[in-house]
Ligand binder design. Structure first.
Ligand SMILES: C[S@@+](CC[C@H](N)C(=O)[O-])C[C@H]1O[C@@H](n2cnc3c(N)ncnc32)[C@H](O)[C@@H]1O
Length: 254
């Protein structure tokens, strides 16, 4: 390719990237990173993923732009399936164009399935060694039912990341958001606390359930809540009680 052809394809790609509303920041190479609104690198660091997925199949439920699917592929997974529906075809502001452009540009072999969480089944998708369920649980009206569907397609390890609420309450409990109580977003429904997530995972058949990455200490939480309240990011009480947590859970033998 001549130098001018290559710089015109780079500017074409930049224009295509600019035309999309991105959720994830994905490094497309050549200095081009998609302008996602999510704090993706920070969240990736907290997942405690294994360095290698060599020889394993990975299903990424609620993949959206596909950052975590591409990351699983980059870490050597034999097969990766990105599944979503709401952000690809639903009423939110997301579309599938970001996933498709990133996949093309990265030369990725990640497969895609248009399926809602509630329609997941082993008959439709098969089962996977590793399943990602990241940032989805709190968006669902029926979280326990959804986790049954997630468990049905997991034959190895589930990696779940979610908003947690009511942090500090020891018995399993969940905050209910009938309106826009969480981040002004009407698609958020439930904020379970850590014992509630652990209990739900065990109730749907996972063993060896553990919360990874401990939540910050009380003083840290209090200081962060004050800072959020001063910046108008959240009200003081909810900011103190809410966080995000990551869980690893296993089906079958370790
Ligand atoms: C916050 S994004 C998380 C995307 C990605 N998994 C991540 O962790 O960055 C929520 C994902 O859940 C999916 N989802 C599934 N059912 C949903 C629903 N009923 N309402 C909102 N989002 C839903 C969306 O399509 C979207 O991809």
């Amino acid at each position: 390719m001549t130098e001018s052809a290559s710089s015109s394809s780079t500017s074409d790609l930049a224009a295509q990237v600019a035309a999309i509303r991105w959720y994830h920041s994905i490094d497309l190479g050549g200095g081009l990173v998609t302008p996602g609104v999510d704090e993706t690198p920070y969240r990736l660091a907290r997942l405690d993923l294994p360095a290698s997925f060599a020889g394993q199949s990975v299903l990424d439920i609620g993949a959206w732009d596909g950052f975590f699917s591409f990351e699983a592929e980059r870490r050597g997974a034999t097969r990766v399936v990105a599944a979503d529906y709401f952000s690809w075809h639903g009423d939110g502001w997301g579309r599938k164009a970001g996933f498709e452009l990133a996949r093309r540009t990265l030369g990725s072999h990640v497969e895609d399935v248009d399926v809602d969480v509630m329609d997941l089944s082993p008959e439709r998708l098969g089962t996977f060694d590793v399943v990602f369920f990241l940032g989805v649980l709190y968006h669902l009206r029926h979280p326990l039912l959804a986790l049954e569907r997630v468990a049905s397609v997991t034959r190895g390890t589930l990696i779940l990341e979610t908003v947690v609420d009511m942090v500090g309450i020891r018995r399993p409990a969940a905050a209910f958001y009938p309106e826009r109580e969480l981040n002004g977003d009407p698609t958020n429904w439930w904020g379970p606390n850590v014992p509630a997530v652990e209990g739900m995972l065990k109730a749907v058949g996972f063993a060896d359930v553990r919360a990874v990455t401990p939540l910050p200490s009380w003083p840290h939480r209090a200081a962060r809540a004050v800072s959020y309240a001063l910046r108008g990011k959240n009200r003081l009480g909810p900011a103190f009680r809410q966080d995000r947590a990551v869980f690893h859970a296993r089906k079958g033998r370790a």
